[in-house]
Design a protein around this ligand. Structure first.
Ligand SMILES: Nc1ccn([C@@H]2O[C@H](COP(=O)(O)OP(=O)(O)OP(=O)(O)O)[C@@H](O)[C@H]2O)c(=O)n1
Ligand SMILES: Nc1nc2c(ncn2[C@@H]2O[C@H](COP(=O)(O)OP(=O)(O)O)[C@@H](O)[C@H]2O)c(=O)[nH]1
Ligand SMILES: [Mg+2]
Length: 197
């Protein structure tokens, strides 16, 4: 209810957006270590539901295997519940892999709150493919295969890149160059977060 959401009001909300395999999760881990923010990966939340073996998880698994987007309300409810669960202890939230389309951003703002920063993790599509295929050797993720990767990339350019343009117009986008080594990317990430205050 409202009391739950009130607790989130003062926490910073950062959207972490970038293509599949761009390095969002990697940078989020670093942010958690340095700033103590709470990391919520929408993909991880969905994979946890799949792992639970529930009926809903089975439906999600089929969608994710195809590289398509799961229904907006499903993801948003999961993120909201996870935020409420951490509201007492969290000064900031990293929302990783969400919004995937402009509509998802609009719904998030209506139901939860406004982001103060959109961290845009930018890498070339060849780089992302290479990293995902490498990750696929050990990730066990059923979507880290060549065919699904291609679909995820197409959907990223079609549906998710417009999200970045949408928040550009609000002046809250900071782009980091994720072609660089992880440490150097993190220098740029830190600058973006330090400039918040
Ligand atoms: N807001 C979201 C987040 C994830 N997904 C589904 O979950 C899959 C995996 O999402 P995610 O883990 O975020 O993957 P990517 O961003 O593609 O890559 P990565 O894990 O490498 O960040 C997506 O392809 C999609 O089917 C979704 O529908 N909606
Ligand atoms: N060379 C290099 N590899 C990276 C970098 N960031 C992530 N990776 C690797 O790329 C893969 C995808 O990274 P991940 O953080 O899972 O990306 P996400 O899909 O955006 O969450 C992982 O295997 C990482 O080890 C980077 O800055 N440089
Ligand atoms: Mg990830």
């Amino acid at each position: 209810g409202h009391a739950d959401l009130d607790k989130i009001k003062d926490a910073k909300i950062i959207f972490v957006v970038g293509g599949p395999g761009s390095g969002k999760g990697t940078q989020c881990e670093r942010i958690v270590a340095k700033y103590g923010y709470t990391h919520l990966s929408s993909g991880d939340l969905l994979r946890a539901e799949v792992a639970s073996g529930s009926d809903r998880g089975k439906q999600l698994q089929a969608i994710m295997q195809k590289g398509e987007l799961v229904p907006l309300d499903t993801v948003l409810d999961m993120i909201k519940d996870a935020m409420i669960a951490k509201a007492d202890v969290s000064k900031g939230f990293l929302i990783d892999g969400y919004p995937r389309e402009v509509k998802q951003g609009e719904e998030f703002e209506k139901k939860i709150g406004k982001p103060c920063l959109l961290l845009y993790v930018d890498a070339k599509s060849e780089t992302m493919v290479k990293r995902l295929l490498k990750r696929g050797e050990t990730s066990g993720r059923s979507d880290d295969n060549e065919e699904t990767i291609k679909k995820r990339l197409d959907l990223y350019y079609k549906a998710t890149e417009p999200v970045i343009a949408f928040y550009e117009s609000r002046g809250i986008v900071k782009k980091v160059d994720s072609e660089l080594p992880v440490d150097e990317v993190f220098v740029q990430v830190s600058q973006a977060i330090d400039s918040l205050k």
